[in-house]
Design a protein around this ligand. Structure first.
Ligand SMILES: C[S@@+](CC[C@H](N)C(=O)[O-])C[C@H]1O[C@@H](n2cnc3c(N)ncnc32)[C@H](O)[C@@H]1O
Length: 204
């Protein structure tokens, strides 16, 4: 898996009310729990409370983050299933945001779209946190086994596709537009995640 490969995911093509899509979103909750993504993101949020969750799906991940933090957040769930496209949202000045979060979403984007999204995100909030599939042999192995936790056909398909479109090395940092005035962190978040944090200097 030297380079990313992008293929359409079935969940993106099914109507939100389709029973297979609803079931797949429930599968995602368990997969997020196994990946530990809520814990990883919560650890980097600091005092942020006004948050946009890009591709936030059913909102369960941000609810898990609230539980971990033990406080309520002001969340805007930017997902096409709620009639909100991420690019539309980011390019129109709106609410003041302390942070932008993306969980299992950035891997949907090709390199050009990723750079465009980051350029917009960097002017909308001083903190950006992404937790994505790690493009690694262990993650690919695990993605082929999601049937063992009862995942349906949509999730089984999308899991493997997501890892192949996932990230490694400093691929996300390279796409971030600004180096001066920002601190970038990018690393593996075991067992199967890839973490990227962009923090404007001076933000705690
Ligand atoms: C793999 S799911 C992850 C959902 C959620 N973040 C989670 O961890 O459970 C990806 C989500 O991105 C949404 N999505 C895909 N393209 C989008 C776009 N252009 N704008 C907003 N949401 C989008 C899909 O509807 C889907 O809910």
């Amino acid at each position: 898996m030297r380079t990313r490969s992008l293929e359409p995911e079935w969940l993106d093509r099914l109507p939100a009310s389709d029973p297979r899509a609803e079931r797949s979103r429930r599968d995602l909750r368990r997969i997020n729990a196994i990946m530990g993504n809520a814990r990883v993101i919560a650890r980097h949020l600091g005092q942020a409370s006004r948050i946009a969750d890009l591709g936030g799906g059913d909102g369960s991940l941000m609810r898990a983050i609230e539980r971990k933090l033990g406080r309520r957040l002001e969340i805007t769930n930017v997902d096409t299933i709620h009639g909100l496209d991420v690019f539309e949202f980011l390019q129109h000045p709106g609410k003041v945001l302390d942070a932008i979060v993306a969980n299992l979403f950035l891997h949907h984007l090709d390199a050009a779209s990723l750079r465009r999204l980051f350029a917009l995100a960097a002017v909308r909030a001083p903190l950006f946190i992404a937790c994505e599939p790690r493009r690694s042999a262990p993650a690919l192995w695990a993605s082929r086994l999601v049937g063992l936790i009862g995942a349906n056909d949509v999730t089984r398909h999308d899991s493997v596709v997501s890892v192949r479109a996932g990230f490694s090395g400093t691929e996300l940092s390279t796409a971030w537009p600004l180096v001066e005035g920002w601190t970038l962190t990018e690393r593996s978040a075991p067992p199967f995640s890839h973490l990227f944090v962009a923090r404007r200097d001076g933000i705690v």
